[in-house]
Design a protein around this ligand. Structure first.
Ligand SMILES: *Cc1c(COP(=O)(O)O)cnc(C)c1O
Length: 380
């Protein structure tokens, strides 16, 4: 197929070429199991990179959120606050545990959790004697953009509620020169096939608290007591990462800085060429405190000014075999979460109506970017 017809994907996996060495090593040493030297080394590399002491490698990011909430004691009748503008995996584990998600809308600069709405929700949920059913706050760094962590952490501290950072899309992003994932009590990464680095499928839980990570390792390997026979005093999970896949992760982590640069290059290219068009907007770093990995480049298309809808641009790209995707549908609009209490301001609704993710793979070629630009411009 000619290069002009080949499909351009939104965010495909990008191997460095160093992965097979580790995968082969796993086979040669027979560490083909959810335990082994690659798991240990991969954990160390992500903990170091994220500026936290400890990491547990798991089989998905969703599993990491589930374990984080479980370890905070979330259960039936409890409530967990979460960003509404996110992928469903942020909130699904709240429901696994029988708790209720409380959804918080976005603020316009980062598109992430609005600190004012967070405080309003915490205040309203606090009963007599300071009692509250709210057991945790899950704050998402969407599309790689760090949330307003200063304000969010201050509010969470004031109400004494632990924060879990959902950094599934934000490995390599920084706030106040500190890696995201190092602010909350715990943080979650994902290495799904579409993320900035991948292990095909995988995730991790990060924390500065050793007990939490030891416990996550224990729970993720079926909660086996220290006995030669299989003895269990608690319900466990089978959530550990395979040593083979951790080998892929090691190869990916060796090039993470380059991947961040490549994703940011995509953003700069699109913004440079489309940013001056009336009615087209980008998710920009609000000031020098914010450093986004720009996992996906997202554009806002104001149909009144640009003269074209998001759908029309999507259709035109699709006809030219270019994959794009509307922004995440806010959870408060999702049939499965629409009955959850929500604190809304209309921001994420508007983002969802007008927003589109553009092809953002780290090995997008100059030619491919030009093709996206040409078709996008033709759609206007
Ligand atoms: C990908 C993603 C997850 C889930 O990660 P998996 O590894 O796919 O389970 C959670 N939250 C957000 C915001 C994500 O983008």
């Amino acid at each position: 197929m000619s290069a002009s017809k080949q499909r351009i994907y939104l965010s495909p996996p990008h191997m460095s070429g160093r992965e097979m060495k580790y995968v082969t090593e796993a086979f040669e040493t027979n560490w083909v199991a959810p335990v082994g030297p690659h798991v240990d080394a991969f954990e160390k590399s992500i903990a170091d990179y994220c500026g936290v002491k400890y990491a547990a490698a798991l089989n998905t990011g969703t599993a990491a959120i589930h374990l984080a909430l479980q370890m905070l004691g979330v259960g039936r009748g409890d409530e967990v606050i979460a960003s509404s503008f996110t992928f469903s995996a942020t909130a699904n584990p709240i429901v696994y545990l029988g708790a209720t998600p409380l959804l918080i809308d976005s603020e316009p600069e980062t598109w992430n959790m609005d600190p004012d709405l967070l405080e309003r929700a915490l205040k309203e949920r606090r009963g007599k004697h300071g009692h509250t059913a709210v057991k945790a706050v899950i704050v998402v760094h969407l599309y790689g953009m760090p949330a307003r962590m200063e304000e969010i952490m201050a509010i969470a501290r004031k109400y004494e509620i632990p924060v879990i950072e959902d950094a599934a899309e934000a490995l390599g992003s920084r706030y106040n020169d500190k890696p995201v994932g190092s602010f909350g009590e715990m943080a979650v990464l994902s290495f799904n096939g579409n993320k900035i680095i991948t292990t095909s499928g995988g995730g991790a839980l990060l924390s500065g608290n050793r007990e939490l990570i030891d416990r996550a390792r224990f729970l993720s390997t079926q909660a086996r007591d220290a006995a030669p026979h299989y003895q269990h005093s608690e319900i466990g999970y089978n959530y550990r990462m395979s040593n083979v896949l951790a080998g892929i992760g090691r190869g990916q982590m060796e090039v993470i800085d380059m991947r961040v640069r490549q994703r940011r290059d995509n953003f700069n290219f699109y913004r440079e060429h489309l940013g001056k068009i009336d009615g087209i907007g980008f998710l920009e770093e609000p000031d020098e405190k914010y450093f986004s990995n720009h996992w996906l480049t997202t554009v806002l298309i104001d149909p009144e000014i640009a003269g074209v809808t998001r759908e029309a641009v999507y259709d035109t790209l699709e006809k030219s075999n270019i994959e794009s995707r509307p922004l995440w549908k806010p959870l408060h609009q999702q049939p499965v979460f629409s009955s959850c209490p929500a604190w809304l301001n209309g921001i994420s609704d508007r983002l969802f109506d007008n927003g589109l993710c553009l092809p953002s793979g780290s090995h997008l070629t100059g030619e491919e970017r030009e093709r996206v630009l040409r078709i996008f411009s033709a759609a206007l």
